[in-house]
Design a protein around this ligand. Structure first.
Ligand code: NAD
Ligand code: TYD
Length: 354
């Protein structure tokens, strides 16, 4: 029996990770610690609420006593930290919570793991334990038209979000370098798929397209992201957790670079065909004021994870985007629930003056 303490699993990637792990393995236990912020949604986990292998704990990764208690009670083999404030636009308008959750929360998890796993007298770690930090390619900053991020690319974050993630990565590395803590850091490119909160590009555009609302493209729309289907990311995290060499960083991505405007036009084309709706067309596109400090291009070199762990992305963008649109169209109630209430105010705040 392997026990995982996984944080942030009521959010987008964590939700898929829990489902992926429970469908793949029988003899596991997942303790899921999530504060249920605006981005966390327990409804995502409804189908597994009676599954004894999944224990949901409502709480904050910054809570020292709570995390220490979970370490004592469940003695996890692995900690995987997905919990974060994850949206760049929100970090530009309010950076503080990004420091609290992404930096202080990570340090608390590291500290509680060390308290439970480290024998300071002997300078030894309990065997078989590991801490995995789910990070992002955004810590590397932006690329020009050529080249890719490798694991040795210097960190050069630009947004408050990426600065907080880079800071957390430094702490994880420091716990490894100072105390010999067994850790891995994964740095993944932009994910897409089901259960993603519609503040992010793809679900926001799907939702607006369906409702004939303007599609706000920042600046010229020629920024490039390297898109990865969320299940491919989850498979990579599972591999890194079980087989990654302690102390190593692994980039995760797969040469699926697309411009934002291409993504938006693909969504329009797919949805107009699926819904037979003539009002869905490119006249919905609005070029709006650009994001401050907007990174121009991200692109991952995944050679290391491929060579070390045999991972490669299995889902081509053209297939993944169709699956994703189909999921949102089949789950209208999910979208309606998450976009009611606070979301309306968020949308006003972010897009009114653009
Ligand atoms: P998300 O915003 O959808 O979900 C975050 C989850 O963390 C939510 O369930 C939220 O309730 C929880 N959370 C937030 N603050 C918390 C706290 N203080 N204590 C406990 N739980 C808390 O994020 P996501 O897109 O699923 O991203 C998950 C992780 O993957 C993040 O660390 C993010 O930086 C990283 N990542 C995301 C992407 C992407 O494209 N979405 C790409 C690379 C890396
Ligand atoms: P996003 O999904 O917020 O992810 P990230 O900023 O972490 O890459 O944005 C992806 C790209 O889409 C980014 O270049 C900003 C752009 N974008 C828009 O053009 N319009 C929008 O409404 C949003 C949310 C994003």
């Amino acid at each position: 029996m392997i026990t995982y303490l996984v944080t942030g699993c009521a959010g987008f990637i964590g939700t898929t990770f829990v489902h992926f792990m429970l469908s793949r393995y029988t003899d596991i236990k997942i303790v899921n610690l999530d504060a249920l912020t605006y981005a966390g949604n327990l409804e995502n986990l409804k189908d597994i609420e009676d599954d004894e292998r999944h224990i949901f704990v409502h709480g904050n990764i910054c809570d020292k006593e709570l995390v220490a208690g979970l370490m004592a009670r469940y003695d996890p083999d692995f900690i995987i930290n997905f919990a974060a404030e994850s949206h760049v636009d929100r970090s530009i308008s309010g950076p503080e919570i990004f420091v609290t959750t992404n930096v202080m929360g990570t340090v608390n998890l590291l500290q509680q793991a060390k308290n439970a796993w480290y024998d300071a007298g002997q300078k030894t770690w309990k065997p078989g334990k590991k801490y995995v930090q789910v990070s992002t390619d955004e810590v590397y900053g932006a690329l020009g038209p050529e080249g890719f991020f490798t694991e040795t690319t210097p960190l050069d974050p630009h947004s408050p979000y990426s600065a907080s993630k880079a800071s957390a990565d430094h702490f994880v590395k420091a716990f490894h370098d100072t105390y010999g803590m067994p850790v891995n850091i994964t740095r993944c490119s932009n994910n897409y798929g089901m259960y993603q909160f519609p503040e992010k590009l793809i679900p926001l555009m799907i939702n607006n397209t369906k409702n004939h609302k303007p599609l706000p493209v920042y600046g010229d729309g020629m920024q490039i992201r390297d898109w990865l289907f969320v299940e491919d990311h989850c498979r990579a995290i599972d591999l890194v957790t079980s087989a990654g060499r302690p102390g190593e960083v692994y980039n995760i991505g797969g040469h699926n670079e697309r411009t934002n405007i291409f993504i938006v036009k693909t969504i329009i084309q797919q949805m107009s065909e699926k819904l037979h709706d003539p009002e869905i067309n490119e006249s919905l596109i609005r070029h709006v004021e650009d994001r401050l400090g907007h990174d121009r291009r991200y692109g991952i070199d995944p050679s290391k994870i491929r060579a070390d762990l045999g991972w490669y992305p299995e889902t081509a963008f053209e297939d993944g985007i169709v699956k994703t649109i189909d999921w949102y169209l089949a789950n209208e109630t999910w979208m309606e629930r998450v976009t009611s209430g606070e979301y309306q105010q968020y949308y006003e705040r972010m897009y009114k003056n653009r």
